[in-house]
Design a protein around this ligand. Structure first.
Ligand code: ADP
Ligand code: MG
Length: 404
């Protein structure tokens, strides 16, 4: 990948940032319960680029999305609480515009002085943000671009999206990659280009079909794959085991069988759980039990890797020089099914090598289970973006910056 332009380069091309309007795409998509932010990791991670720009005297206009509103204004997805939290973290006043490109946004941006910060309302309140039609996205991006003299792309978690505020705006304004994007890309480059070996990858979570693609390329780069979470059941099924009522991607069983053959030929070890924590229902009060992975009862579903599997996974991780982890090992949101994720997270903090955690839920899981970010080599703000990079795909948000 060509070198990305930095904020320093942007400052040079704009003849200094003092008083200039800089439109920043950040990833502020945090989990909310009502209007309470349950994990502010992405807001914290976005802070340094914004405060760097304010220190340089820029007017900083932040674009971001929250959740998946239906392409129209919806108060439950307002960025107002996020703007407030950003203000607390930056220790300064952060204004929230109550629309994205309308009268409120224009007034807020028009009233800015150098060093001010405005957060525009959720870009996904417009259907054009995520439209598949280039001209629709382009028209929305053109409205956004009227707010900026330059653009800084710092929303790492959305770089794999060809969306107006990520991709199209980058083509309309002089652009640069923010510090967060540069740091994340550097980590991914280190993982793909020269990982110290053994390189162990742990995959889990529930977005199985999204994540299967990466296995193809991991078979070429990693030494060992540890598979937990819901993904494990498609693998167990491919080996001919019954998986009861567990989450299963029936139509992917053939693909997975292919991966198992490919890995065997390449000498890459794929380690599956040998035991599973099951329950009759996720909601049931019935006590969970541990069963062998090749003898899952038909009326139960697997909700965590078992203790024997967790021990084996952490044993493999203790010998790794590089580890990448995406996707919880079980339904960690419930204490009864959090042990596998907890054991794997601890193994990553204890290994001598370099550990990277990626994925929205994975990052939230390590924090809610009581680990600190600095116990890992790197905690990424992006899941899908990291995986697509590791798959060798070109991320639209990066491609657009390279051309700007
Ligand atoms: P990430 O955001 O880290 O990429 P995913 O979004 O793919 O991860 O998956 C996270 C979710 O996977 C969690 O909410 C967790 O409860 C769920 N999960 C993990 N294991 C299982 C399982 N065995 N069955 C159902 N859901 C699971
Ligand atoms: Mg997720």
């Amino acid at each position: 990948m060509a070198g990305l332009k930095t904020v320093d380069d942007l400052a040079t091309s704009l003849d200094g940032l003092e008083g200039k309007r800089v439109l920043v795409r950040s990833d502020l998509n945090v989990p909310l319960q009502g209007s309470v932010i349950t994990d502010d990791g992405r807001i914290r991670a976005s802070g340094p680029t914004i405060s760097d720009l304010t220190r340089r005297g820029a007017k900083v206009i932040v674009m971001a999305h929250l959740g998946r509103p239906a392409g129209e204004p919806d108060p439950s997805y307002s960025l107002a609480p996020v703007a407030a939290r950003l203000g607390e973290l930056l220790g300064r006043d952060v204004r929230h515009a109550t629309d994205t490109v309308g009268a409120a946004a224009r007034a807020a941006v028009g009233a800015m002085d150098g060093g001010d910060v405005v957060v525009l309302e959720n870009v996904r309140f417009s259907p054009a943000e995520t439209s598949k039609v280039d001209s629709e996205r382009g028209a929305f991006a053109a409205e956004l671009a009227t707010f900026g003299d330059g653009f800084v792309s710092d929303g790492f978690g959305v770089l794999h999206r060809k969306q107006a505020s990520v991709y199209d705006v980058a083509r309309l304004l002089p652009g640069a990659a923010g510090g967060l994007v540069l740091r994340e890309v550097e980590v991914l480059r280190r993982l793909t280009e020269a990982p110290e070996r053994p390189y162990v990858v742990v995959l889990g979570g529930s977005k199985v079909s999204d994540k299967l693609g990466v296995i193809d390329s991991l078979i070429r780069t990693a030494d060992t794959l540890l598979i937990g979470g819901a993904m494990a059941f498609t693998f167990l099924k491919a080996l001919g085991h019954e998986v009861g009522k567990s989450l299963l991607e029936e139509d992917k069983v053939g693909v997975v069988r292919g991966y198992l053959d490919q890995a065997a030929q390449a000498g890459v070890r794929i380690v599956l759980p040998t035991d599973v924590v099951v329950a009759p229902e996720l909601t049931a009060d019935a006590p969970p039990m541990t069963v062998q992975a090749d003898a899952m009862p038909p009326d139960q579903l697997g909700l965590d890797i078992g203790p024997e599997s967790a021990r084996q996974f952490s044993q493999v991780l203790s010998e790794a020089r590089t580890a990448f982890w995406n996707g919880p090992m079980g339904v960690f949101e419930r204490a009864a099914f959090a042990a596998g994720t907890q054991v794997v997270a601890r193994a990553l903090t204890e290994m001598d090598g370099w550990s990277v955690v990626g994925g929205g839920d994975s990052a939230a899981a390590v924090r809610t289970l009581g680990f600190r970010d600095d116990q890992f080599g790197h905690v990424s703000t992006g899941g899908g973006a990291s995986l697509e990079y590791l798959e060798g795909k070109t991320l639209p948000g990066i491609a657009a910056l390279e051309r700007s």
